[in-house]
Design a protein around this ligand. Structure first.
Ligand SMILES: Cc1cc2nc3c(=O)[nH]c(=O)nc-3n(C[C@H](O)[C@H](O)[C@H](O)COP(=O)(O)OP(=O)(O)OC[C@H]3O[C@@H](n4cnc5c(N)ncnc54)[C@H](O)[C@@H]3O)c2cc1C
Length: 94
């Protein structure tokens, strides 16, 4: 099934990487995790390169509903019991 993103968003395409490159940080995977990492590193002036084997935002990220929530699956009770209140607070802050 095609998601709304695949139908309505034009994703950038890039040429295959050729030759050798040097970087401080190599980010593998151009889904949400990789792209946000690259974005934040660039904002902090950290030298990084992101590589994607297939297509940017083509895997799990292509199907996300993109809602932002602090209570995804209401995992706090389990987290507190397993790792403690300080860990749960850190997760919430993140
Ligand atoms: C139907 C659905 C609804 C969702 N709704 C929400 C929501 O509302 N809110 C929410 O927060 N989350 C939601 N999620 C979860 C969220 O979409 C995922 O957690 C997130 O997109 C995962 O991103 P990712 O970067 O970890 O993985 P992916 O998007 O899977 O990206 C990983 C990328 O790495 C690449 N890759 C893998 N191996 C290599 C390699 N060796 N070299 C180069 N590239 C490689 C892959 O090709 C892929 O593009 C939903 C997920 C689904 C399926």
């Amino acid at each position: 099934m095609e998601s709304i993103w695949e139908r309505s968003v034009e994703r950038p395409q890039f040429d295959t990487l050729k030759g050798e490159r040097k970087t401080d940080v190599l980010i593998i995977g151009g889904g949400l995790a990789g792209l946000l990492s690259a974005y934040m590193m660039r904002e902090k002036g950290i030298d990084c390169i992101l590589v994607e084997a297939e297509r940017i935002c083509g895997a799990t990220t292509a199907n996300t509903t993109a809602k932002i929530t602090l209570q995804h699956g209401a995992i706090y009770d389990r987290m507190i019991r397993r790792f403690g209140i300080d860990f749960a607070r850190l997760y919430l802050k993140a």
